[in-house]
Write a protein of this length. Structure first.
Length: 291
C-alpha cells in the first residue's frame, strides 16, 4: 500500500473551501494544520520536526489562529533554505505570485502552482469599480446613509455619469484583463489596450474577446484617449509606479482609475495630487500600496 502524502495547510478552510471538498481532501492526504507560534518554530519543524517529511504545502489564506505569527507575501524567500527534501509541490490560493521565490523553488525541484480560477470574479470586482467610479456610488451611498438625500440628489445629477459609450483602457490582457474587456464591452464601453507582439494572436485565439479593440503603440498614447483606465497587469520592476506622476500628466481631465493589479503599480502620492487637481475624477481600488 502506497504511503499517504503529508500536506501542510496554511490558513483555515472555513469559508474558503466547501465542506464536502475539504472532507474529500482530508480523506486522500494526511493534513497538518499550520499552528506554529513563530516562523522560527515553523522552520525548525521542517528541519527536524513534524514537517520534516511533508510532500506539499497548501496556502489557502491568511486566517491563522490567534497568537500565530502571520505568513506574509514573500514568505517562500525566507523559508527556502529550510524546506525538507521531501517537499515537491506548493499551492498558493491566489492569482499573483511575483512576491514568491519561484526560481528558487524550481531550483530545489519544488513545483509552484497559483490558482487562476478567480479571474472572472476579479473581473466582476473591476467592472463594479468601473461603474462606481463613473457613477460615484460610494460617495452618494455615504451621503444617503448620513441623511443627505437632497444634496446627494443634486450633486449626482451634476457629476455622476454612465460608462455606456465611454472608452476603457485595459492594461494587462491576461485572463483577468480579457474578462474585464469582455464584461466592459457588454456595458457598451469601447475597449482600448496597448499593442503587444502576442496581443493580435490572443485576439485571434480567444474568440470571446470584444471586437474591434482599439490598439495603441504605448501606454502614454493610450491614456490620452480613454475615459477610464483599469490595471490588471502583474507586478514587477517594469510595472512599479506604472502610473507615475509623468503619466498622470498625459491624461485628460476627469480620468477614472481602477486598480485590481497590485497597489505598487500606482504612485499613490501622484494619484492623490491628480485627484486634487481634477485630472482624476473617480478611483476604484481593490488593492493598496501596503497590504
Amino acid at each position: 500500500m502506497s504511503q499517504t502524502l503529508k500536506i501542510l495547510v496554511i490558513g483555515s478552510p472555513a469559508g474558503v473551501v466547501p465542506d464536502a471538498v475539504w472532507a474529500d481532501f482530508c480523506s486522500r492526504y494526511e493534513t497538518i494544520m499550520y499552528e506554529f507560534p513563530t516562523l522560527d518554530e515553523f522552520h525548525e519543524s521542517m528541519r527536524t520536526g513534524t514537517c520534516s517529511d511533508i510532500s506539499g504545502i497548501m496556502r489557502i489564506g491568511i486566517n491563522l489562529p490567534p497568537g500565530i505569527e502571520k505568513i506574509t507575501l514573500g514568505w517562500t524567500k525566507r523559508a527556502l533554505s529550510h524546506f525538507p527534501p521531501s517537499l515537491k509541490m506548493m499551492v498558493n490560493f491566489g492569482h499573483g505570485f511575483e512576491s514568491e521565490d519561484v526560481a528558487g523553488l524550481d531550483a530545489r525541484g519544488i513545483a509552484f502552482f497559483n490558482t487562476t480560477g478567480g479571474s472572472e470574479a476579479t473581473a466582476v470586482v473591476a467592472t463594479y469599480l468601473i461603474i462606481a467610479a463613473f457613477r460615484q456610488l460610494s460617495k452618494y451611498e455615504r451621503m444617503l446613509r448620513e441623511g443627505q438625500f437632497l444634496p446627494a440628489l443634486r450633486q449626482s445629477a451634476q457629476s455622476a455619469t454612465d460608462p455606456y459609450g465611454r472608452k476603457l483602457g485595459v492594461v494587462g490582457m491576461g485572463p483577468v484583463g480579457r474578462a474585464i474587456a469582455r464584461q466592459a464591452a457588454a456595458l457598451g464601453m469601447e475597449i482600448h489596450c496597448v499593442d503587444r507582439p502576442n496581443l493580435r494572436r490572443l485576439i485571434d485565439t480567444h474568440r470571446d474577446l470584444p471586437a474591434p479593440m482599439v490598439l495603441h503603440r504605448n501606454l502614454r498614447a493610450l491614456v490620452g484617449k480613454v475615459d477610464c483606465l483599469v490595471l490588471a497587469c502583474s507586478y514587477s520592476s517594469d510595472t512599479h509606479h506604472l502610473l507615475s506622476r509623468e503619466l498622470f500628466g498625459e491624461m485628460k481631465k476627469g480620468m477614472r482609475i481602477v486598480n485590481v493589479a497590485r497597489g505598487k503599480c500606482v504612485d499613490e502620492e501622484a494619484l492623490c495630487d491628480a485627484i486634487e487637481n481634477g485630472t482624476v475624477s473617480g478611483v476604484g481600488l481593490d488593492v493598496h500600496y501596503n497590504e
